[in-house]
Design a protein around this ligand. Structure first.
Ligand code: FEO
Length: 133
């Protein structure tokens, strides 16, 4: 397993811990696909699944932060948009035929996600808990 969940990623909000575990699973699926040299169609499907789940997850987090008046909402959303832009660019390049799907690339995505989950995602935990999440 490429990336493994542990408590350092937990922010105490069950739905988001569950979604973060789901993101790790999709990253692992993509990583496995590259390692096993799966064809472009399979890799494209894995990347598409990761993009779709990431969009849903970011939207759910942003809604929770917005409706509870979280002060870090705008900055957090800016980070989400930057990540989505980066992954969309990779997806566009991949679908146009560029051989961009590499272990190094997945490593960059993983490092971003791990850092994001362990810092800014953990930061909203106490706020959402205080609001009854
Ligand atoms: Fe869990 Fe802010 O992404």
């Amino acid at each position: 397993m490429y990336v493994k969940w542990d408590d350092s990623y937990s922010n105490g909000i069950e739905i988001f811990d569950t979604q973060h575990k789901g993101l790790f699973k999709l990253i692992n699926d993509l990583h496995d696909g590259i390692r096993e040299k799966k064809n472009r169609e399979a890799l494209g499907t894995a990347l598409g699944a990761l993009m779709e789940y990431t969009n849903t997850h970011f939207g759910d987090e942003e809604n929770a932060m917005r409706i509870t008046g979280y002060p870090g909402y705008e900055d957090h959303k800016t980070q989400h948009v930057a990540f989505i832009t980066q992954v969309s660019d990779i997806n566009d390049r991949f679908r146009s035929g560029e051989p961009v799907m590499t272990m190094e690339l997945v490593g960059l995505l993983v490092n971003w996600l791990k850092n994001h989950i362990q810092t800014v995602d953990r930061a909203y935990g106490p706020h959402l808990k205080a609001k009854g999440a």
